[in-house]
Design a protein around this ligand. Sequence first.
Ligand SMILES: [Fe+2]
Ligand SMILES: [Fe+2]
Length: 284
Amino acid sequence: MRVTHAWTDDAATIHLSGLQRPVRMLHVTDVHCALLDERDARHEDACRDYCQRFAGNERILAERFNEARELGVDLVALTGDIMHFPSRALVDYLARQMEQLQVPVLFTCGNHDWRFPGLSDEEAVREQWWPRLDPLHPGRAGCAACEVNGIQFLQVDDSTYQVDDEQLAWVRERLATGRPTVVLSHIPLSLPTLRAPTIDRWKAPILIGDPDWDQESRERWKAGADRPTTLQYVQLLAGAENLVAVFCGHVHFPHADAVNPRVVQYVGGLGIEGARRLVEFRPL
Ligand SMILES: [Fe+2]
Ligand SMILES: [Fe+2]
């Protein structure tokens, strides 16, 4: 499979050998919407400041959906932190927007989508809250797949900085189909070219599989030590012959970095500021 990439901060063109039909995708990430109603009254105190700080962000998301409609894209990829917390008001709002759009919207969890402020970042908490997000994805929140015009899009929730056994086995199985594959996840893979600007912005390499992220800082970010399955996942993606691209967010600035000569990892700009990337997959 031959692949070429060309990009700016808000666009990318990916030429792909063997592709029968073009695919256009709008990539949006980190809009941090904050809406709350009486159904989540017990989280009101914890969310009050965020509801003020992020007031109106849901309209920014609606603008992106309108843009997707006007552009006539084949799919919209949402790569996490679309919601700042999983309120019923937000899940309903987002589910309604997705339904009205009438093109596939692939929703991947970020570290904020499943967690109310004040709750811990543990995986057990994520598992407890995942079911609330059921209206936003077809089936499992940890990993799901969607095929559009011959490209398989894999949604992998890496929002705890780790990938577990089940996700690793599932991604391996999907890659073994040999189909051209695009991975959508929230936290980017640590790559040398992305590491420095991430540390500039966050004072820590808040990325997946970073070999030099010290333990103390990892604990502050609730990242934990890398598990063997996380490191195997990074290796699997770096070596997969049919992987085309990775799309993610989390660090709040746009970037694009080669994983290898065939694969580029695209980091989306901050959705709060209206950033998005229009991606065109074209036959080579
Ligand atoms: Fe974010
Ligand atoms: Fe994030």
